[in-house]
Every structure is written in C-alpha cells, then in structure tokens.
Design a binder for this molecule. Structure first.
Ligand SMILES: C[S@@+](CC[C@H](N)C(=O)[O-])C[C@H]1O[C@@H](n2cnc3c(N)ncnc32)[C@H](O)[C@@H]1O
Length: 305
C-alpha cells in the first residue's frame, strides 16, 4: 500500500517471515500509518493485531483507518509498555524502527534538516524534552558526547563551539538555523551524506530515548512470544542495527554455565533461533520506488522452546 504519509518498507519480506496464521495474535510495536498492520490484518480471520504508536497524529490516523476492523486494537503508547498492555503470549511481533515519512516531512514536527520548522523532533508530543532544549541548554561536554555517541561524529567540537557562541546571542529554535550553523562550518558532504544528517540523527535519538527504548522493547517482546513465535525488526541506521544484531546473536547462542559452589559445568541451550543469518535488505526495485528504504535491514528471530 502506498499513501502520502508512509510507504511500508520490506512489506512482503515481513509478511513472509511472520508466517501469519488466521487465528493468531500479532503485535505491531511501531504501527505508524498502518502499512504493516493492514497487511497482517488482511491475513487474519479470528486472530488479532495489537498496535502501539506513540505519535498522536499517527494514532488518530490509525483509529480512523481501522475503525471498522474488530481484529485491530490500538494503543497510543511507547512500545516499552507492551508487557503492561498484553497479558497473553503472541505469535509474531514487528518493530519497524525510526520515523515515518509524515514525521520527516511535516514542517511542524521539526525532524528534517531540509524543511524549516521548530527544532522539536518529539515522536511523542506529550514528552517535554525537545531538540531545542538540548541545543540551547546542554553543556559543551554533553553536546560533544551526544554528537559523538549518537551521530558517530569523530570531531564535533567546532560545531559545538559555534552552537554555544551563537546561542548566547539568540536561542537556536528552528531546524534551518541549526542546519545553517553546521553547513557554514562543514561545506562538503561527508561520505556523500549531507553534513547536518548525523547531527540531526543524534538529537532525534536523544529526544526520543530511542536506543534505550529499543533495548527494553526487544527484551519484553521476546518474553511475550509463544513457542515458534516470530520477532521481526527493521532498522535504518547502524546504531540500532548493532543493538538488534547483538541481542539476536546473544539470545540464540549456547552459553556455558559454571557454578563455583558445587562443581558444575553445563551448556545452556538457547530458547531462540536466528532465522536471518544475514539481514534482509530491500531490492533495487523497492529502493527505486521508495528511496527511504535504502538503509533498511530486516532481522528475524524465532522462539523454539
Ligand atoms: C518507520 S515508522 C513505521 C511505519 C509503519 N510500519 C507503517 O507501515 O506505516 C515508525 C513509527 O514508529 C513510531 N515509534 C518509534 N518508536 C516508538 C516507540 N518507542 N513506541 C511507539 N511508537 C514508536 C514512530 O512514531 C513512527 O510512527
């Protein structure tokens, strides 16, 4: 399905790997504009799909979209609360991380370095922390750490010094103000990427506490799976992909167990099996149709006992 708000990425691959049964229970942790949820719902008869979406605009869209579909239940919540809302074991869970096309291109949401708007970047509009608060109030040390850790920028000192200098004259409140500060210091693209891209990525990750939510979400999702249940995760940048890759590897590997109290050594067999040894990536055809898909990686895990 293609709509103006969002085009679901790796849709066929997700549906194929979830191996949907008509009376199964599925969870879409990042429902967005319902592309993946709709495709899952289309395959259900007596089953259900439970959606989580923390963005209010997207949640209202989902309510309308699925108003006549009794198989769909929607929560306007962060997916870190899945264990609070879901008390049954489920057959499949999908995470399609990051932001939607709507969020990226909406002027008022302030996610994009290309579109002028308030320096906001909150997925959940009820949260207090915005990108403007970080840029205007965090210390030099904090800003350097954020850009290094979450933007993977080696030397952000020059940009941070400029931010500190300019914010003393006037608060930095818009996306283009910040983009210009970065572009005045760095004239050329870095590895063919716009110079502001990784600075914006770093701020977005901190505003939405994305990496901590992901770690918690993965842990809780695996606890909810039935035997043979499937967990599918789509990532869009290396920081989130690294977390998923290590989590999946760790949970699907045999571990040694030693006890010092009683002489005991045994191997603990994993409860999960890696379905994708290497991530599934979009075809050239999909990338041509939807450029946003170009960095997507799908990893899939199955509970085996
Ligand atoms: C890439 S979009 C998902 C698009 C969706 N699969 C579709 O087909 O329309 C990611 C969505 O997940 C939401 N999101 C990101 N992190 C979240 C979290 N921790 N809890 C709930 N929703 C989250 C974002 O607000 C965004 O709408």
């Amino acid at each position: 399905m293609i709509n103006n708000y969002h085009t679901p990425v790796l849709l066929n691959e997700v549906i194929h790997n979830l191996n949907i049964v008509a009376n199964g229970v599925y969870v879409d942790c990042t429902a967005g504009f319902g592309g993946h949820s709709q495709a899952i719902a289309n395959k259900l008869k007596d089953g259900k799909i439970i959606c989580f979406e923390q963005d209010n605009d997207a949640y209202n869209f989902l309510l309308k979209k699925f108003k006549d579909n009794k198989n769909v239940k929607i929560f306007n919540e962060n997916f870190i609360f899945i264990d609070r809302e879901i008390k049954e074991k489920v057959d499949g869970i999908i995470f399609d991380l990051g932001v939607s096309n709507y969020q990226l291109t909406s002027q008022k949401r302030g996610f994009s370095y290309k579109i002028d708007g308030p320096l906001d970047m909150r997925m959940n509009q009820k949260n207090k922390l915005t990108a403007a608060t970080i840029v205007n109030t965090y210390t030099k040390k904090q800003l350097i750490e954020i850009f290094q850790k979450y933007g993977e920028i080696k030397s952000p000192q020059k940009i941070v010094d400029k931010i500190i200098e300019l914010r003393k004259q006037k608060p930095i409140t818009t996306t283009l103000q910040l983009q210009k500060i970065i572009c005045n210091e760095i004239k050329k693209p870095i590895h063919r990427k716009h110079p502001a891209k990784t600075y914006f990525q770093a701020l977005r990750i901190v505003v939405n506490d994305e990496l901590n939510s992901l770690k918690q979400g993965l842990e809780k999702a695996t606890n909810l799976l039935k035997k043979y249940g499937i967990l599918a995760v789509i990532t869009f940048h290396s920081l989130e992909d690294r977390i998923v890759k290590h989590f999946f590897k760790n949970i699907s590997t045999t571990h040694d167990f030693y006890s010092h109290n009683i002489p005991l050594y045994k191997k603990i067999e994993p409860n999960f099996c890696l379905i994708t040894k290497k991530p599934i990536t979009p075809t050239l055809q999909e990338i041509k149709k939807n450029h946003r898909s170009h960095s997507a990686k799908l990893r899939v895990l199955q509970k085996i006992c």
